[in-house]
Design a protein around this ligand. Sequence first.
Ligand code: DC
Length: 236
Amino acid sequence: MDIRKIIIAIDGYSSCGKSTTAKKVAARLGYGYIDTGAMYRAVTLFFLENKISLTNPKEISKALSQIQISFNHNPRTAENEVFLNGVNVEKEIRKMYVSDQVSEVSTLVDVRHAMVAQQQKMGKKKGIVMDGRDIGTRVFPEAELKLFMTADLHLRAVRRQQELLMKNQLVNLDEIQHNLEHRDRIDSSRTESPLRKAEDAVEIDTSYITIEEQVDIVVEHATSRMLFAANPVLKD
Ligand code: DC
């Protein structure tokens, strides 16, 4: 194993810029990037398409056994896109009807266990940036670098609205803000690995800093952790 390769875990509230930052950090470091939210969104899409009852454990476990999630690099967009059972669902999973249900699906213990197991496999070789809600607390509690991102709710809603507009989806700002609040509440209060800041995570408030500044901060922390991983006698 290359000792300079570390795991960078990025957790935080919805639409704080986690995935944009994570993608750019991964590109700068030559690391892989895994968007774990996309995995929960793909499961949600499958559940919606197949009308899986969220209160029927048998149906849920059967559905989970039929779900295959993978990421494939799209050279045209230079992005990792998510595939559900071999079908590219990258666009579909970002739509509001999926966003409206994903937090409820993400509270299900069986769903979480299945996703966490896959994520742990994906990051086993290190050299990875993974973003989500429980990466530093549950998926990789031993990650060398943990970040916890926050931002003002209204600013997050405005950013999300712009992102959706870029994808030709016009959604009312109040609806987006309501969805973010709703997801934050469920993500933070669920019993199974709720969203919380790991004790050793570095907190970054992204309200008034640019994406490039966020990336610089993370890369700076990562560089010192990589040095530390290579020379454990150095002080962090
Ligand atoms: O990052 P995102 O907004 O695409 O994530 C969608 C939802 O998935 C989020 O509201 C909660 C859930 N999620 C989770 O529970 N655990 C993760 N590691 C990632 C996402």
